[in-house]
Ligand binder design. Structure first.
Ligand code: DGI
Ligand code: FE
Ligand code: FE
Ligand code: FE
Length: 190
């Protein structure tokens, strides 16, 4: 649609080359998943195009942006401001790009940590961010890509497990939302 074209052009003009290509990959992967899981394709494209629009700031700027715009931060987010780019992205999507759909805004907000009981659109954007064709060097990526089109909750569980073990090996603090999301999907799928 014209809106998707305009968002793609806006992202091309603001994001770096690599992140722009990643963004287009996420948008079209989200659209493909939307076809499988009967989600609105336009919403998947919009959320995909905008999911990383909050990444155009330094860590310091992210902290002050949230303080200025009354966006809540937990202790982990204060120490790892990169985690805030979803919340910041949703704010920018709404205020700058005029996105009104709450499901689209939530998909952007939660694309890094996920959250328990995600909507179908939230799941799709979370997964598309992980599997889009430009991603590489992720353990079991081929298996996860196949699983994403077959068993969506099992795929979420696998991605979250991978993410937690990656964070543990790197000694990075785990956001309570990432942990809760993993536990939620672990309980729900075998
Ligand atoms: O923005 P992208 O790089 O496309 O992807 P993303 O928004 O999913 O961010 C991925 C990064 O976020 C990756 O380096 C792992 C990190 N991350 C995810 N969950 C957590 C986390 N980092 C910390 N410290 N804690 C988390 O719970
Ligand atoms: Fe991101
Ligand atoms: Fe992600
Ligand atoms: Fe991303």
């Amino acid at each position: 649609s014209r809106q998707v074209e305009e968002l793609q052009e806006a992202m091309e003009g603001t994001l770096g080359k690599g992140r722009f290509h990643h963004t287009v990959g996420v948008a079209y992967t989200a659209a493909a998943l939307a076809m499988v899981y009967e989600v609105d394709i336009e919403n998947a494209l919009i959320a995909g195009m905008l999911h990383d629009c909050g990444k155009l700031m330094s860590s310091q700027e992210m902290g002050s942006f949230c303080a200025e715009h009354s966006i809540e931060m937990n202790e982990i987010e204060k120490k790892n401001p990169g985690l805030l780019h979803g919340k910041i992205g949703a704010y920018i999507a709404k205020e700058k790009y005029g996105v009104k759909n709450e499901d689209v805004l939530n998909a952007i907000t939660y694309h890094t940590t996920g959250r328990p009981a995600m909507s179908a659109l939230e799941k799709i954007v979370f997964i598309a961010d992980y599997i889009e064709p430009n991603r590489e060097e992720i353990p079991d990526l081929a298996q996860i890509r196949k699983l994403s089109f077959e068993k969506i909750d099992k795929c979420l569980r696998k991605i979250l497990k991978n993410t937690l073990s990656y964070l543990n090996t790197k000694n990075l603090a785990i956001d309570p939302m990432t942990q809760k999301t993993y536990e939620y999907y672990k309980k729900r799928v075998k």
